[in-house]
Design a protein around this ligand. Structure first.
Ligand code: PEP
Ligand code: MG
Length: 589
């Protein structure tokens, strides 16, 4: 029944876009561009030419809206498609095209191609990887208008896939991704992309395994080829032999079984073997992820990264728009609580809704709360939306990258003002609006007790704490060997925050990626942490892992880890004590 295949198969390395393992046949999706007409127009025909362009824009926008309407409201894809509609109708693009038609006498197609090329090149030149990624979106939008100008079918077409397959493409737009579903698609693999591009974000939200950024993919894979896609490790095997396929299928079955068994325990509280409760909440980036969080057993949302609301748009979201989104998340997870983090824009984060002043070293520049305090009108708009949303369920507000007590006080003053504005407008709100602080800068660890006295809670962001304490750019593949939360310096910082929390009777949680690793989660419990916020998909395995150890056992390992001299020693220690009892939960290399 199988075609002859190379004995061993070829392994292609990429970026782990969305976790999960899949085996299946490839369908190579062509997202080829429409041919571009290049003719000069007569001066007398300029008006007609611009009218033709406007009609094509209207038709492309209509087509995208039609796709957006097929996507259930509130799903991640629908907001991205709406962002595309805005881009298609963008005034700056229109002005650029008009000037090329008028002054260079180019036909609409040609003028549009030049305008799109200029914008895409500018984006690609950006040192911000997220902005650079957006060049594909601009090209996609340009293609939609070109297709409309050529009178081609308006909706992006994917073949009817029949049986579940692995979609392989140079790049997949959100519009194309929106047409896919989990029962038809086992995995996605793209040549373009990073972890922050939309294919990866959507794949994670839809829980479809994905590997992105695979160099040479389109050269190596043809439709019908058998693939193994490993979204944990960012690896694709083309034409694997029977034994490798057998192993992979067995792993898929094992993972499904473990996932099913763990989901049964969804509503069970997380406790250590000795019965101490640990709270598990979920991290989300998009409102659409809120339901999945509950399905995986989250006791609430511990970190909603609201900066994603500012992406792919030319204007920041209005107060009403933000209010509706926050309300939607609260209603989706209610009566569980939701922690809204105020926007963390700047540094390695991204935004297209407004210009962020550039710094020599963006990670140490105008980022997160610093940007909020520098742009109080934007910050206050967000705070008012959050205050209003509190009428719809238990909500807390959390501030990223606090480096000093005075910053917390400045935010407090803006929040008080936002509360007063909402009251003056006669809008409803909760009387309880806890304001918490992310501890992710070393100075905040040193001042943790003082911060805890003025804040409702502390939440440790280990991703940035590693970056700032070890002076390691969090995006640098060259320094990945240094960037580990198992460094004893990081463990001591976490311990110091726990001690400060105990002294002030404040809740201390951890919301960095460390909390999504079952082994690290047990170590955190040993360090005294009793609340974690993590990726939804990791909740079941972290719950099981915590249940296998008593607090005394975990604390004993943590004490030894705190005395270690290097991260290598900690690795070895946890491998021999914790990981050895969690091997069924942890993906082994
Ligand atoms: C962190 O820094 O650990 C964190 C949770 O926030 P982010 O990854 O969004 O910076
Ligand atoms: Mg952070």
């Amino acid at each position: 029944m199988d075609d002859p295949e190379p004995a061993k198969g070829v392994t292609l390395e990429g970026i782990a876009g969305s976790p999960g393992l899949a085996v299946g046949r490839a369908v190579v999706v062509s997202t080829k561009r429409a041919g571009v007409r290049r003719v000069h127009v007569e001066r007398a025909d300029i008006g007609d030419e611009l009218a033709r362009f406007d009609a094509a824009v209207a038709s492309a926008a209509r087509a995208l809206r039609e796709v957006a309407e097929r996507v259930p409201r509130g799903r991640a894809e629908s907001s991205i498609l709406e962002a595309y509609v805005l881009m298609v109708e963008d005034e700056t693009l229109r002005a650029d095209v008009e000037s090329r038609v008028r002054t260079e006498l180019k036909c609409s197609e040609w003028a549009l191609e030049s305008a799109v090329h200029r914008i895409a090149e500018q984006l690609r030149a950006s040192s911000d990887s997220y902005l650079a990624e957006r060049s594909h979106d601009v090209e996609f939008v340009g293609d939609r208008i070109l297709m409309a100008l050529a009178g081609q079918p308006r909706t992006p077409v994917l073949p009817d896939l029949g049986e579940p397959v692995i979609v392989v493409a140079r790049d997949l737009s959100p519009a194309e991704t929106a047409g896919l579903s989990r029962d038809r698609v086992r995995a996605l693999v793209t040549e373009a992309g990073t972890r922050t591009n939309h294919t990866a974000i959507l794949a994670r939200a839809m829980e479809i395994p994905a590997v992105v950024g695979v160099r040479g993919l389109m050269e190596q894979v043809g439709t019908g080829d058998r693939l193994i896609v490993d979204g944990h490790r960012g690896r694709v095997i083309v034409g694997p032999d029977e034994a490798t396929v057998g192993d992979a299928l067995a792993r898929v079955e094992r993972q499904k079984k473990v996932a099913r068994a763990m989901l049964v325990e969804r509503d069970r509280a997380t406790t250590t073997r000795c019965g101490v409760k640990v709270e598990l909440k979920a991290n989300i980036e998009l409102p659409a992820e809120a339901l999945a969080a509950v399905e995986h057993g989250a006791q609430g949302i511990g970190l909603y990264r609201t900066e994603f609301l500012f992406v792919d748009r030319t204007e920041p979201p209005t107060e009403d728009e933000q209010y509706e989104v926050y309300r939607h998340v609260l209603e989706a997870v209610g009566p569980r609580p939701v922690t809204l983090r105020t926007f963390d824009i700047g540094g390695d984060k991204f935004v297209t809704a407004f210009q962020v002043p550039s710094d020599m070293n963006p990670a140490l520049g105008l980022r997160a709360v610093r940007l909020g305090l520098a742009r109080p009108e934007l910050f206050s708009t967000q705070l008012r939306a959050m205050v209003r949303a509190s009428a719809h369920g238990p909500l807390q507000i959390m501030v990223p990258m606090i480096a000093s007590v005075s910053e917390l006080r400045a935010v407090r003053a803006l929040l008080d003002q936002a509360i007063a504005d909402v009251d003056r407008a006669g809008q409803s709100r909760s009387t309880s609006l806890p304001l918490g602080v992310m501890v992710e800068v070393p100075s905040a660890v040193i001042m943790a007790a003082e911060l805890a006295r003025e804040a409702a809670f502390l939440s440790i962001g280990t991703n940035d704490l590693v970056q700032y304490a070890l002076a390691v750019d969090r995006g640098s593949p060259n320094l990945a060997y240094l960037a580990t939360p198992f460094d004893p310096a990081i463990l001591r910082l976490i311990r110091a925050v726990v001690v400060a929390g105990d002294a002030t009777q404040s809740e201390v949680s951890v919301c960095g990626a460390m909390a999504s690793d079952p082994v690290a989660a047990v170590l955190l419990v040993g360090l005294g942490v009793r609340a974690l916020s993590l990726e939804s998909a990791a909740i079941p395995s972290v719950k099981v892992a915590i249940g296998r150890f008593s607090v005394a056992e975990a604390a004993e390992v943590a004490e030894r880890a705190l005395r270690a001299a290097t991260s290598g020693e900690v690795d070895e220690l946890v491998r021999g004590t914790l990981a050895i009892r969690l091997s069924d939960l942890v993906e082994q290399d």
